[in-house]
Design a protein around this ligand. Structure first.
Ligand SMILES: [Zn+2]
Length: 303
């Protein structure tokens, strides 16, 4: 019951933060304040009443149109709200399975598992919110701002590097190595995790630039890759890259097949696809199901 209520609460909180994210997505590209003025229609400036500003519910009640000017409200609004809500609910469900485990109170399960789960919960909530933000910004504006990717990388890196220190908080823990050594080696491993996948993106970028003589992959994609790598580790990051490339190719074929989907008048070879959006989606997928996907792949390939 507590697990159920906790999950619902996290989901509602996610809806609210998804709603706030929609405001950020509208205002960041124009460098406007996300605090004032109050939420208003982007078309007619009509200030929204509280009941027109409820996540998901208002969009459904208003049939996706402004009450004042009937302008269409993009389906990005409910999609972002639902995504953040669902992701946060899922993370809370996962955390509560550890936090409510009776083995924790009989000390059959070490306390550090609880601290680890709590840290994972908070870090995942923040990073998944950022990934939803980056997916939308790249899709709408081809923009992966440093203000998200750099703090995201720093947060993920700090969490992965400092997690071993949690063991010290566990009274039952007997250290094999000194704490300093453990944090240091975790930091070095995290560093390698970050450098290899973002190096891979930079290499692809360089090869493309060399062959085509123009920019194919932005620096933003490399920084996004660093963020995913710091968080998910090397296997998770490579999985995200592979899934992102597959998603991107499927999208590219779709664009080829349906001429109306091409952006602008550019020829098909020059029409741009937001690689960052695909990387964000595949990053979220591999944060949720990375381990089973990699295990299934290794079994299938006979390792
Ligand atoms: Zn309006």
């Amino acid at each position: 019951m507590i697990r159920f209520l906790g999950t619902i609460f996290a989901g509602l909180l996610g809806l609210a933060f998804g709603s706030f994210l929609n405001v950020c997505l509208n205002r960041w590209p124009d460098d406007e304040s996300v605090v004032s003025p109050r939420s208003h229609c982007r078309n007619c400036e009509h200030t929204l009443a509280w009941w027109e500003n409820l996540p998901l519910a208002s969009w459904l009640a208003l049939h996706g149109r402004c009450r004042n000017c009937q302008a269409q409200i993009s389906w990005r609004y409910p999609l972002v709200e639902f995504s953040v809500g669902a992701l946060w609910a899922f993370q809370a469900w996962k955390f509560l399975s550890v936090a409510l485990d009776p083995a924790l109170f009989t000390h059959a399960l070490p306390m550090r598992d609880l601290y680890q789960a709590l840290g994972d919960l908070l870090v995942s909530m923040i990073l998944e919110w950022m990934l939803v933000a980056l997916a939308c910004l790249d899709a709408e504006d081809f923009w992966l701002p440093d203000r998200l990717t750099l703090p995201g990388t720093a947060l993920a890196f700090a969490w992965v590097a400092l997690a071993p220190a949690l063991q010290k908080l566990d009274p039952a823990y007997v250290p094999k190595f000194s704490m300093g050594f453990q944090i240091e080696s975790a930091a070095i491993a995290a560093m390698i995790n970050v450098v290899v996948p973002s190096g891979l993106v930079l290499l692809v970028r360089w090869v493309y630039q060399f062959i085509r003589q123009r920019e194919g992959i932005g620096m933003g994609d490399a920084k996004l890759m660093a963020m995913l790598a710091a968080w998910l580790g090397l296997p998770g990051a490579l999985l995200s890259f592979a899934l992102g490339a597959i998603l991107g190719s499927v999208a590219a074929f779709a664009v080829l097949a349906v001429p109306a989907w091409r952006r602008g008048s550019a020829s098909w070879a020059a029409s741009t696809l937001p690689l960052g959006t695909f990387l964000c989606i595949s990053g979220i997928v591999s944060s949720l199901w990375g381990k089973p996907i990699i295990a299934a792949y290794l079994r299938w390939s006979g390792f």
